[in-house]
Design a protein around this ligand. Structure first.
Ligand code: BYC
Ligand code: FE
Ligand code: FE
Length: 433
């Protein structure tokens, strides 16, 4: 279920050969089937102690405590399930790549997500006995978008049919990966913490692909808007800014769903038992047990969204979502900078967190991108201006033509500022067979 075709192509891949700083960035031309999925755990910290929850201060666990076995297994399975799901979602994209540079980046992300699956399957096999092995087998049985055997989380059953969606996915959905992995990297179960720490080093590149991918689309859009002197550059083979905003709205909303419900006893239990911490737990200045502490969240009450102080332990999902939104905003800021540099009057924005949600307190209502509650009728009238519509999709589809001459780029995206690992942009990043 990996990339369709391209198995005989030589791809300029980064392979991790050790967790040392000089070991995880080894570049070479390899065929994807020859890429080796090592098992990498960040170096153990001697005497690492549990840093939050009821067991705070005790030594971390090298084995799974019986009472937390099923919870830990479930979280590892949920994490593991997303990794192959994303590869399945992206498996046809190679056929419409905008350049060899982008094709190589797609395959780099795909093989690493494969390795992340392997990392979770390893934990299941090594620490969970027979039921762990069965869960690992089931990771290979489920398929993204399959009605009978779907992947576990919503966003991973959507299809990634085009490169604009792919860049949005790696920006928004891989970033959920960053925050979930960071929370699991705090875990008292040390093998999980160390595995996640190493995965995070690779995750940075996935988000780079999304961040710079969208930036390059915007760059090209702005150039076309100026040279053609119009907002509507679709007839000239570009992607309009309002289309980009609609794709952004969609991918942000489905990625927000991945954080679970605002109020969650699951999350409270993960925290109290030391299984899943907060983002950068050690940088937070509080008691790390969260008894008697409050945290401000948005609450939907009588049709209005207002802030409310809630027991901090119950709203950990929302807190992680806050950290995530802040991180997303940094990217949006950079994209808007590109637009401003072209003196174009348009600002991309993250929609309100209530917009387009299927999980949590907003799921049964409809909201505008500004967060106003609206009727289903108004939603139906407006949704084509807020979410990717048929005309956007048809246009994007029409642009998806394979470009594979070294150094050439499809007309809807600007070249990157620099190549991979110091190579020129025109480097033959993939030698097609
Ligand atoms: N879809 O108490 P709640 C990545 C379920 S991405 C479907 O709020 P909890 C990657 C939930 O399971 C990172 N179901 O949930 C990115 C629960 O079910 P039960 C992936 C959902 O447990 C790109 C019920 O609703 N890693 O690595 O606090 C490419 C009540 O929910 C969803 C992880 O997710 C949903 N969106 O939080 C490649 C980390 N949301 O118990 C890779 C591990 C909730 O009633 N997972 N539900 O049957 C977790 O930490 C938690 O499972 C979640 C949910 C944060 C996802
Ligand atoms: Fe991953
Ligand atoms: Fe990723």
């Amino acid at each position: 279920m990996g990339p369709s075709d391209f198995m005989n192509s030589d791809v300029y891949l980064r392979t991790a050969i050790s967790v040392e700083s000089n070991g995880w960035a080894h570049f070479d031309k390899v065929k994807m089937p020859d890429y080796r999925w090592g098992i990498f755990l960040a170096k153990p910290e001697g005497n690492r102690k549990i840093s939050f929850g009821l067991h705070m201060g005790e030594p971390v666990w090298q084995e799974v405590p019986g009472e937390h076995r099923s919870t830990l297994r479930r979280l590892i399975v949920t994490q593991g399930d997303t990794e192959p799901a994303s590869v399945e979602q992206q498996r046809l994209l190679g056929h419409t790549c905008p350049s060899l540079y982008d094709l190589r980046n797609l395959f780099q992300v795909n093989i690493e997500e494969g390795r992340h699956l392997w990392a979770m399957a390893y934990l299941l096999h090594a620490y969970f006995g027979r039921d762990g092995r069965e869960e690992a087998d089931q990771l290979l049985e489920r398929r993204s978008g399959d009605i009978d055997k779907p992947r576990i989380l919503g966003a991973f059953n959507e299809s990634t049919t085009d490169w604009l969606s792919y860049f949005m996915f790696t920006f928004f959905t891989d970033r959920d990966g960053k925050f979930q992995l960071a929370a699991l990297a705090e875990s008292a179960f040390d093998p999980l913490a160390r595995t996640c720490r190493f995965m995070l080093t690779e995750e940075a590149h996935h988000m780079f692909v999304g961040d710079t991918g969208i930036q390059r689309v915007i760059q090209r859009t702005c150039e076309l808007m100026i040279s053609k002197d119009t907002d509507n550059i679709a007839p000239y083979g570009g992607i309009n800014l309002d289309t980009i905003q609609r794709y952004l709205n969609f991918h942000f909303a489905i990625s927000l769903d991945l954080f679970g419900s605002e109020i969650s006893t699951n999350a409270a239990n993960y925290f109290t038992s030391g299984i899943k911490g907060r983002y950068k737990e050690d940088k937070i200045d509080d008691n790390h047990v969260l008894s008697n502490l409050a945290y401000n969240v948005f609450k939907l009450e009588s049709g209005k969204i207002s802030t409310s102080a809630e027991p901090a332990l119950t709203v950990l999902n929302e807190r992680l979502r806050d950290d995530y939104i802040e991180d997303c905003n940094k990217g949006i800021y950079r994209w808007n900078k590109t637009i401003r540099e072209h003196n174009i009057n348009f600002t991309l924005q993250l929609p309100n967190r209530a917009f387009g949600r299927s999980i949590g307190q907003y799921r049964n209502n409809r909201f505008t991108p500004d967060g106003a509650l609206i009727s289903t009728t108004d939603w139906n009238n407006m949704k084509n201006t807020w979410l990717p519509n048929k005309s956007d999709q048809n246009h994007i589809k029409s642009l998806m033509q394979k470009v594979v001459e070294p150094g050439a780029f499809a007309g809807w995206i600007a070249p990157p500022r620099r190549g991979i690992n110091g190579q020129p942009i025109s480097f033959k990043y993939v030698r097609l067979s």
